[in-house]
Design a protein around this ligand. Structure first.
Ligand SMILES: Nc1nc2c(ncn2[C@@H]2O[C@H](COP(=O)(O)OP(=O)(O)O)[C@@H](O)[C@H]2O)c(=O)[nH]1
Ligand SMILES: [Mg+2]
Length: 206
């Protein structure tokens, strides 16, 4: 079992040029449309209620926020440092031909160029699994991830679906994980998967 035993805000940056210097490829990027539950998940995973402010005004923050986190593997007592990176929410502009027009250039540059990223976590509201903007993001990620980088899709707010609906979603997206931050479901699985990827304990790199 893996826990996060320490988490603290480090800094904010408006773009990749201002991102913190680092020699390690240990960044986990969280991306989602506004209001999908990104801040709530960051708080739940780190067990830190105020870490990412759960904003009542979606889309307000346009900065990339960095958090230092420490994982603890309870079996081996091994500690692993990583950075959680909270990207600004997307999806307010109209979806157009290319993601570059409906999503900020800063973000696409960041995703395509920031070599310290190990894992992209794409959060999707379980009630809206087929929005164009999320499909664009998935395609953009598949096109832009480099060797050694991983993509993980996570459905949020799973407490909003009944068991039958959850099963159908699982069948359609067998590789995705499902969480409820409010009901604290699926969180330890997410932590384990992130940890294993950071530790290169997974086989299927894409
Ligand atoms: N039912 C339910 N609501 C959630 C969950 N996670 C977040 N929310 C709610 O969704 C809204 C947006 O959450 P927030 O974390 O601020 O989303 P963000 O804009 O992606 O950072 C808030 O009203 C949260 O209380 C969840 O797991 N279940
Ligand atoms: Mg937020």
């Amino acid at each position: 079992m893996v826990d996060i035993v320490d988490a603290k805000f480090v800094t904010s940056a408006p773009n990749i040029a201002a991102a913190p210097e680092s020699e390690q490829q240990n960044e986990v990027v969280f991306m989602a449309r506004s209001n999908v539950g990104k801040s709530s998940l960051l708080n739940a995973l780190t067990n830190h209620k105020g870490l990412a402010k759960v904003s009542s005004t979606p889309g307000k923050t346009r900065l990339i926020n960095y958090f230092d986190v420490v994982f603890l593997d309870r079996e081996s007592a091994f500690k692993k440092e990583a950075k959680f990176v909270d990207l600004p929410g997307f999806g307010y502009a109209k979806v157009s031909k290319s993601i570059k027009y409906d999503w900020e250039k800063n973000l696409t540059d960041y995703i395509a160029q920031r070599e310290q990223i190990k894992l992209f976590i794409h959060l999707v509201d379980c009630r809206h699994p087929h929005l164009d903007i999320d499909t664009s993001v998935s395609e953009f990620l598949l096109d832009n991830t480099k060797e050694g980088q991983y993509i993980l899709q996570i459905f949020t707010k799973i407490d909003k679906l009944n068991q039958k609906e959850q099963n159908a979603l699982r069948r359609e997206f067998p590789e995705a994980l499902m969480v409820s931050s409010s009901k604290k479901r699926g969180l330890s699985k997410v932590l384990q998967v992130i940890y294993d990827i950071l530790e290169d304990k997974v086989e299927d790199a894409d």
